[in-house]
Structure formats: C-alpha cells, structure tokens
Design a protein around this ligand. Structure first.
Ligand code: NDP
Ligand code: MG
Length: 387
C-alpha cells in the first residue's frame, strides 16, 4: 500500500450515495484505497464491491448475512456484524463515508468523530437526532465533518471566507429545494397522491426514504436542522427557497448584503468528490455548467401550508433538546409505513406532528437518553400507523 493513498471506509456502500461514491473512487484511480465497506440487504452487491475493490473488511447486519457473504466472497474477508461492526469499521480509514440511511447510521457518525477521522457525512438523520452528542466528539483532535448533502456541501464552500465562530458575519443561509414531485399541488390534490408519484423525483435519483422525504419537504426540514447543527447557525437564520432547476445548491447571505452561491449540475458525485478530496478538488468529469446555452434560475417561497413537514422541523428546532430526534424517528416510521402501503401520503406529516405534540421537554446528554427518546417516538408513531 502506498502511504500517499487516502484510505476510505464506505458504510452504506450498496445504496444511492454508496454506489455514486464508488463511481468517484473508480474515476480517481490510485489516489484512494477502499479499505472497508458495509451494507444491509443487498448482499450480492456488497460481495461484488468487496471483490472489485479488493476490500478486506466488510460489515453486515446479522450473523446469517455474515455466513451468506462468506459464501459469496470466499474466506479472505473479515466480516463484522451489526451496530458494533459499523462502529469498528468507522475507525478503519482516513475518510469515513457515512452513506447508511436513517438512525442506523448513528454508530458511524459517533465512532468516526471519536476516532479523530474525517467524516464525509451523507447520513443526516444521525446528526439531527444526536446533535448534542455529536458536538461532544466533534472536537476530537483530527476529527472533521464534511457534508455530502449537496446543500450543505455548498454552504460549506460558501462559508470558506467566514472564519468566525457562530458566523456573526452571516445574516442568513438560503437552503435551496427542488420542491419535489408535488411542487404547485394544492392540499386537496396532495390528499390523493400515490406512492409511485411520490417516488418520482424531478431532478435527483436517490434512495426511497429520502425520495419520499423530498416529496413531503421533510427532507428540507431535516436539512434546516442539519445546517443548524453543522454550522452552529440557529434555525431561524436558515431559510428555505424553492429552486426547481437544482443548479444553485445553496447560498450564504452575509451582513453586508453579499450573497455567495455554489452552482453545479445536480449530480451527487460532485459533492462526494469534494468531500473525499478536500482541500484538493478532484479533476473528474461529472458535468460542467454551460453558460453559453440558455440558463434559467427560478426561485420561489415554499408552500408551507400544503407541505406542513417543513414547519414541523422549525418547531422541533424551537423545542430543542430531544425534539429533533423525535421528529426524525417519527418520520422514519411514517415513511416506512407509507412505503409499505399502510398509510396515505398526507398521514406522514400528520403522524410526525401528532408525535411532536406529545414531546416532553428533555435534554440529550447521554446515549441512553437518546435511545430512550428514539424508542418512545417510534412507539408513538407505530401506534398512530396502526390505529
Ligand atoms: P439508500 O436507501 O439508497 O442506501 C442506504 C444504504 O444504507 C444502503 O447501502 C443500505 O444497504 C444501507 N443500510 C441500511 N440499513 C443498514 C444497516 N442497518 N447497516 C448497514 N447498512 C445499512 O439511501 P441513499 O443512498 O439515498 O441515502 C443514504 C443517506 O444519504 C440518507 O441519510 C440520505 O438522507 C442521505 N442523502 C442521500 C442523497 C442521495 O442523493 N441519495 C442526497 C443527500 C443525502 P442495502 O441497500 O444493502 O440494504
Ligand atoms: Mg440535500
């Protein structure tokens, strides 16, 4: 192994972000070495990745999956299991890509930071649910978070000239949203939308959970909380603006009125490559802007009445403590129920709102408190799904 190669652990390797990270690694050739991977259900794909990249350390969900993977890959692979396995793998490279979906990504975020690694973070749910606990390990020498989420990667780049703690020179962050597949629909029309329609995102091809979150605008709500936790800027200073072309990935407005934006084609391989290479920009061909062709950039306010999920995220931010963890957990249960045809699209935000109504103020300072709050919110949401 050449010492100059950056060693990468890719957890959630079989998903949308995972496979696009593999594209970036293929394109980068010798600059990176994939040392660890983990996945969930798609064992054949996980085995194929291990073979292609000659990966030695692989994480799976259960002992049964470990046996199946051993059969698929032969014996020269070290297999670890479950959340403990994810924690181990999250300390195994120079850059840890957290591309797991949902709360299951928590061990990756916490272990990578506690081990002083660079965390290339796609898994927003772990940061949102565990923000106070993440802050505790973020100061570990060597630790850093580079956001893969395109809006946050944009903000990270737009903040490059703002070095002050708490960013007093920043007036607002303007988080852009495509508006999702249902932009322009009324509340009445939204009451009748189907799963198939909700899964058709106009500009991004993503995993099912975030695609549904984009259709409800909960994804943007989660991103407000994500931006607040990442950059230490309180939620009311994070504004959401609908920008259907998905070219401006977000903007930072400074107190002197200057607005810095980051533009590029909507392709997640760009922010992924940024997070892997930073501070060096990788010379990769994922698409260039053509300013000589006609280019239209539209901006409009989101419809907060038709898409109540957005306001729920601001409410969770106002409540503070464990409320963001409740919001995210209830949303995971509701989205899963919608994907399993148990509830209608409109019920997703209704269930999250009803769970948040039951929230009892509680600070989060230990893992036990986090798991208790997560479990309570899930139980309440489950009850509403089956009621
Ligand atoms: P996918 O559903 O496509 O992929 C999720 C990945 O997580 C898969 O590799 C899945 O494995 C794996 N996984 C699920 N549960 C576990 C578990 N318990 N242990 C280990 N691995 C597990 O999701 P996306 O790639 O779309 O999203 C991943 C994260 O990135 C989400 O938090 C999302 O919000 C965020 N994100 C995604 C964007 C996108 O463009 N897709 C954009 C911005 C953020 P398997 O498939 O084998 O079951
Ligand atoms: Mg995003």
């Amino acid at each position: 192994m050449s010492p100059s190669r950056t060693r990468v652990a890719l957890l959630g390797a079989t998903g949308s972000i995972g496979t696009q990270t593999l594209d970036v690694l293929r394109e980068a050739g010798d600059a990176f070495e994939l040392v660890s991977i983990a996945g969930g259900q798609r064992l054949a794909e996980l085995g194929a990745i291990a073979k292609e990249f000659n990966v030695r350390n692989v994480g799976v969900v259960s002992d049964r999956d470990a046996e199946e993977l051993k059969r698929l890959t032969g014996s020269d692979v070290d297999i670890v299991v479950g959340a403990k396995g994810l924690s181990e793998l999250a300390t195994s490279g120079d850059v840890i890509v957290n591309a797991v979906v949902g709360f299951a990504g928590l061990p990756v975020t916490l272990s990578a930071l506690a081990a002083g690694k660079r965390l290339a973070l796609a898994n927003k749910e772990s940061l949102i649910a565990a923000a106070p606990l993440v802050q505790q390990v973020r100061d570990t020498p060597g630790a850093s978070i580079l956001p893969i989420d395109s809006e946050h990667c944009a903000i990270y780049q737009c903040l490059a000239g703002s070095t002050n703690v708490g960013h007093p020179d920043v007036r607002m962050i303007h988080l852009t949203a495509s508006g999702g597949p249902f932009r322009g629909k009324t509340k009445e029309q939204l009451a009748r939308v189907s799963k198939l329609e909700a899964l058709q995102h106009p500009t991004w091809s993503m995993g099912p959970k975030i695609t549904i979150d984009s259709s409800t605008l909960m994804n943007k709500g989660l991103e407000v909380l994500e931006a607040s936790a990442l950059f230490g800027i309180e939620a009311p200073r994070v504004d959401v603006v609908v920008h259907p072309q998905s070219i401006v990935h977000s903007m930072v407005e400074y107190v002197d009125g200057a607005v810095i934006a980051q533009l590029s084609l909507p392709d997640m391989r760009l922010p992924i490559a940024y997070c892997l290479g930073a501070p060096v920009r990788l010379d990769q061909g994922w698409g260039r802007m053509d300013f000589h062709a006609s280019l239209r950039l539209d901006f409009e306010a989101p419809d907060r009445e038709a898409f109540p999920a957005l306001e729920l995220a601001y409410e969770a931010a106002r409540l503070g403590g464990a409320a963001p963890a409740w919001l995210s957990a209830a949303n995971e249960i509701a989205v899963e129920a919608f994907l399993n045809d148990q509830i209608s699209w409109s019920r997703i935000a209704e269930i999250v709102a009803a769970v948040l109504e039951l929230y009892v103020a509680c600070e989060l300072s230990t893992m036990d408190e986090l798991f208790d709050n997560d479990a309570t919110a899930r139980r309440l949401a489950h009850g509403m799904v089956t009621a």
